[in-house]
Write a protein that binds this ligand. Structure first.
Ligand code: ADP
Ligand code: MG
Length: 568
């Protein structure tokens, strides 16, 4: 039989698959199953208008058959099937693959390869990561004969007519022999296959059926004696492996808090309930469902470099990316969850995903939603919010600094600071709402603890005037305020600043007089502290305190300390 050649591009991709060193070869199953599901989608759609199809929605299924002896794994569907021509065109070319284009444009091909395979899969060809031969037997809906397509890799493929009674497609993969690096046998074992199906294809809307083997206790014989020991037997049973209906596709009113929490814990491997579950069902121009969680504790690797932010991205029930970073801004990097939208293509590359307008709109909406839910939590359940703040508050500050304040409008409303008001944490909004009419600025003092802050001599004057003072106890806090620029149109000012409060002419005169009266003392102090301080002067900010240190210029003492620490 004549062997046909693949087009050049397909050959490259196939070569890449066959020699793949990629460690997540298991995703081939997701690709093959999603093709089966697509094919069923097409026939199911036909069936809506074409009575001759003779199938109802319940009749559609995907069947997975591992055969240990023959070393084959078959994925069979009763979808629309392929004609000879379609086989030639669809399995012999790779024209529409966006990921391949991406690869061509990338300089560092090795990294790009891993990226492509890891994030998006490459469709049908990924079967060659685990199989040294792939056979496709298909009968198209309305077609006369069935066709068999077969390939052992880059050197080409054959097509010949064959026997198949029912419409649909069987993809038969001859699984490779085990190597030192890879245990291919697991692709022939029902148990590990069922795990893969649950992991990657749980939400495919058609049943994925597989024969599972169970150990079952034999019924106790009637004449069993005292010393009867239960006997077991192996039984085989066809099971639907996938759950078919993802929790985020169900109406909110029908999902209990328990179910949200359980799903979170099993899906994201946490043993604690999340602080917040957010379920979004958006309709209209941009249709998507999202299920988002704010964890109750900081993940182990959160502040290390191997932590990856992102939401799981599904397209019509098929997972296409495990952690899509573009769906989450850095200040919400702690959020875990899932986005499901019908309008993102399965094989879209990361580059293209980044520029996807649809995804940008979704990301924006999600950001707004997370923010409003957190603001609501702060108002309704302060204790819980403070638990959240203790865990993730620092992330807001880092993200604010990293973005040079560009995200200030989102973050401003979520920050908490210690305050002289009852020595409690306050939000900036609460502070501003409490300001008496005469107060124009938001006061702060820097110290290494709330206790010290409340005793800083610099703060006394402002507190005496009846104004609230924020206690900045974290090194970064003062920079955070600078990044915020202001809060609700009120500027921030350090209590140590000479013009923190308006100065009267009488005060000015009295300071000038004191400078003259005590010139000898000031000179003495200045001489004694030479090299330690740049200037000793009379200050109007002190009340009962005798002396304090302050910085001249725009950078406060605490900031200077902070930057010095950073330099080290
Ligand atoms: P994609 O799914 O993105 O189109 P694939 O490489 O996964 O790319 O599949 C290539 C094409 O092969 C599909 O578009 C489809 O036309 C055809 N195909 C693959 N598997 C099947 C199947 N089980 N039934 C019918 N057609 C299929
Ligand atoms: Mg596909």
């Amino acid at each position: 039989m004549e062997k046909k050649q693949f087009k050049a591009e397909s050959q490259r991709l196939m070569d890449l698959m066959i020699n793949s060193i990629y460690t997540h070869k298991e995703i081939f199953l997701r690709e093959i199953i999603s093709n089966a599901s697509d094919a069923i989608d097409k026939l199911a759609y036909r069936a809506l208008t074409d009575e001759k199809v003779g199938l109802n929605r319940e009749d559609f299924k995907i069947v997975v058959v591992p055969d240990k002896e023959a070393r084959t794994l078959t994925v069979a569907d009763n979808g629309i099937g392929m004609t000879q021509e379609e086989m030639e065109n669809n399995l012999g070319t790779i024209a529409k693959s966006g990921s391949l284009q991406f690869k061509k444009e990338t300089e560092n091909a090795d990294d790009a390869e891993l990226d492509i395979i890891g994030q998006f899969g490459v469709g049908f060809y990924s079967a060659f990561m685990v199989a040294d031969k792939v056979t496709v037997i298909s009968k198209a809906y309305g077609g006369e004969t069935a066709w068999k397509w077969e390939s052992e890799g880059v050197d080409g493929y054959t097509i010949e007519p064959c026997q198949k009674d029912t419409v649909g497609t069987d993809v038969i993969m001859s699984i490779k022999a085990n190597t030192e690096e890879e245990n291919y046998d697991e692709y022939l074992a029902p148990y590990s296959l069922s795990n893969l199906i649950k992991k990657y294809s749980d939400y495919i809307r058609y049943p994925i059926r597989m024969e599972m083997e169970h150990s079952r206790q034999k019924p106790k014989p009637e004449d069993a004696g005292e010393d009867y020991k239960p006997e077991y037997e192996q039984v085989k049973e066809w099971e639907t492996i996938n759950s078919m209906v993802p929790i985020w596709q169900r109406p909110k009113s029908q999902v209990t808090k328990e179910e949200y929490n359980d799903f979170y814990k099993s899906k994201f491997g946490d043993w604690q309930d999340p602080i917040l579950s957010i379920h979004v069902a958006a309709e209209g121009n941009f249709e998507y469902k999202a299920l988002l969680y704010v964890p109750g504790q900081v993940p182990m690797n959160y502040f290390s470099t191997d932590f990856k932010k992102g939401l799981q991205l599904y397209s019509s029930g098929v997972m296409i990316m495990d952690k899509c970073p573009d769906l989450l801004p850095d200040h919400f990097s702690f959020v875990q969850g899932i986005v499901d939208t019908p309008d993102v293509s399965l094989n879209i590359s990361r580059e293209m995903l980044q520029h996807d307008r649809q995804l940008k709109v979704i990301a924006n909406n999600i950001e707004k939603k997370i923010k409003s839910e957190l603001v609501k939590l702060m108002k309704d359940d302060r204790e819980k919010y403070q638990q959240f703040w203790t865990a993730f508050g620092m992330q807001f500050k880092y993200a604010l600094m990293n973005a040079y304040g560009q995200n200030r409008d989102t973050i401003r409303d979520l920050l908490l600071f210690w305050s002289s008001k009852e020595n409690k944490l306050t939000s900036l909004k609460e502070y501003v709402d409490r300001m008496p009419e005469s107060q124009e600025k938001i006061y702060y003092v820097c110290a290494d603890s709330v206790e010290h802050a409340s005793k800083m001599p610099q703060a006394e004057r402002v507190l005496k005037a009846g104004y609230e003072v924020l206690y900045l106890t974290v090194d970064e806090d003062e920079i955070v305020l600078q990044m915020l620029e202001n809060a609700y149109d009120k500027p921030f000012v350090s209590v140590a600043s000479e013009d923190a409060l308006p100065v009267t002419d009488a005060e000015k005169a009295s300071v000038e007089q004191a400078e003259k009266d005590h010139k000898a003392l000031l000179d003495f102090a200045q001489e004694t502290l030479k090299g330690e301080v740049s200037k000793v002067r009379i200050s109007k900010i002190l009340q009962s305190g005798a002396v304090c240190l302050t910085a001249e210029g725009p950078v406060s003492l605490e900031m200077e300390k902070y930057f010095r620490k950073m330099r080290r």
